[in-house]
Design a protein around this ligand. Sequence first.
Ligand code: CMX
Ligand code: CO
Length: 136
Amino acid sequence: MTAPQLTEIDHVAIAVQDLSSAIDWYASMFGATVEHREVVERDGVEEALLKVADSYIQLLTPTRDDSPVAKWLEKNGEGIHHVGYRVAAVGEVLDSYVAAGGRAIDAAPRPGSRGTTVAFLHPKGAYGTLIELVQE
Ligand code: CMX
Ligand code: CO
């Protein structure tokens, strides 16, 4: 068995059609506030991070038709899109995942939102869950 590599839940990402409405809903229902909001051009998304203890809810909406989130929303409707796990060194975890036969989406670590370094792992072979490794 390898040593534990996932140190914390960084975020649970929820795909929504209308980001402002979803933010307002979390505010009125739970008093949740936006800690960070960002357009991530590379992924074709706009996201809002709502802090929950040391983790975030990441509300995600597509900014263009060829965004992976646009495709996902069309197929599935709104709902949980991926889970972000915090790791100490994303490159090391990615390499050991691939070496153990896991299927990665990103061949190497890349920039994520709020200055993080991330890598995505394919949902096929990961119990139907899109996984994002997040290094702060
Ligand atoms: N969760 C679980 N399963 C998913 C999924 C998701 N989010 N997205 C796709 N799948 C499944 C599909 O249901 C499909 O399964 P079947 O073959 O059984 O039908 C399979 O994976 C292929 O899906 P697809 O609809 O054909 O979509 P693509 O292969 O074109 O893209 C993926 C899927 C995961 C490779 C793509 O979404 C991707 O590269 N994601 C990583 C980047 C990303 O999601 N960026 C946005 C978030 C950015 C951020 O967090 O900051
Ligand atoms: Co994410």
